[in-house]
Design a protein around this ligand. Structure first.
Ligand code: MRU
Length: 351
């Protein structure tokens, strides 16, 4: 039996978990939209590899996958400190990964403090915690959609990367807001940046929105400024991988350029992220670690090499958008506006 929280055709979740086999299943996001292939995992090290190689990606989704990785490690009888350390080393920028692993670590410590548990009892208790992280994330997405949908002005919205169901427990952050805004008649259609080099926008956001019946048009990343100047884009909304205490945002490379363009054209720039993406221990964007990925991902598209052999390339996978360029941050507890240090702290303290 596969267990998928609140699974409806609307949600589109990148994970499944089978509690009988103690098996995690992940849809291979490297092969979408061409093929819908699900891989099965019973070894936590393979889950770590799936996060590193981006079979599963998106800040909340990697947190949930890692939480189930801890469940698999418990079933394997591996020392949980080692399991958690391995999963922490996968990707450095999205704080949801560390948030979810810290939560699993705390639960394991609580369980260890009681009377000794069998492996099956430990696995059942850790499964319940991972499942709660997943279920809660779906709830966060639906609440962000409720808070955010009315904020999008009429017309067309632009999004970058994939902050959809595939990047979360289901439904999505920025894409969830977009889906609800379209369903409520607030917006006409969506522009999806292709998002070089991994093409999350062209491959995944376009796939999700098409499946959801939301009109979507793919753009090369370099086209946004022109369309803004032509009056074709009325708002921008993106997700986030980490939000610092001062409201600076780490998100997919290219987000900062969009925020600058939006500001230059007087277009609102929204960020949608659950509170598990807020990192109040990080003072500003300067303190957020930016993942540098292989330059092979830049000089090639799939198997096709674009740049000459031997030429150098760069691949910072994220950038920092300063808080002053962000119109509002939509969270599961409400909408934060400047001054962000105060508004974010208040939302984090809210129940
Ligand atoms: O490298 P990725 O695909 O994991 O990057 C994903 C993003 O940048 C998303 O915008 C972010 O994680 C928010 S997902 C709800």
């Amino acid at each position: 039996m596969s267990m998928t929280p609140r699974e409806t055709p609307l949600l589109l979740s990148p994970l499944r978990f089978d509690p009988v086999r103690v098996e995690l299943q992940l849809i291979d996001q490297l092969r979408l939209p061409g093929e819908e292939v699900w891989h099965r995992y019973t070894d936590y090290r393979a889950v770590a590899e799936a996060i590193t190689t981006m079979v599963v990606r998106g800040a909340p989704a990697i947190g949930i996958a890692a939480a189930f990785g801890v469940v698999l490690g418990a079933k394997q009888g591996a020392p949980l400190d080692e399991v958690i350390a391995t999963l922490r080393r996968t990707r450095p920028t999205a704080v949801n990964l560390f948030w979810a692993l810290d939560r699993m670590q705390r639960r394991a410590t609580e369980l260890g403090a009681g009377s000794p548990l069998s492996i099956d009892q430990l696995v059942a208790a850790l499964t319940a915690e991972a499942q709660a992280i997943w279920d809660e994330d779906v709830g966060y997405c639906l609440r962000m959609a409720d808070f955010g949908a009315p904020l999008l002005p009429p017309g067309n919205v632009l999004t970058h990367c994939n902050a959809g169901g595939l990047a979360t427990g289901g439904y999505g952050t920025a894409v969830g807001v977009i889906r609800s805004a379209f369903a409520q008649g607030h917006i006409r259609s969506v522009f999806a940046d292709e998002t070089r080099p991994f093409l999350q926008g062209a491959r995944l956001t376009a796939y999700e929105l098409q499946k959801a019946g939301v009109p979507v048009t793919v753009l090369c990343d370099s086209m946004a400024g022109h369309l803004m100047a032509q009056g074709e884009i009325q708002s921008v909304i993106v997700g986030a991988d980490r939000i610092a205490r001062n409201g600076d945002i780490a998100n997919k490379i290219g987000t900062y350029s969009l925020a600058v363009l939006a500001s230059a054209h007087g277009i609102p720039f929204f960020v949608a992220a659950p509170r598990s993406t807020l990192d109040l221990s990080t003072a500003s964007g300067r303190d957020i670690p930016i993942e540098e990925r292989s330059t092979e991902e830049v000089v090639r598209i799939g198997p096709v090499r674009l740049a000459p052999v031997g030429v150098s390339a760069r691949h910072p996978a994220f950038d920092i958008t300063p808080a002053r360029l962000v119109t509002a941050i939509i969270t599961d507890a409400g909408v934060a506006k400047a001054p962000y240090p105060e508004s974010l702290a208040a939302l984090l303290a809210a129940t």
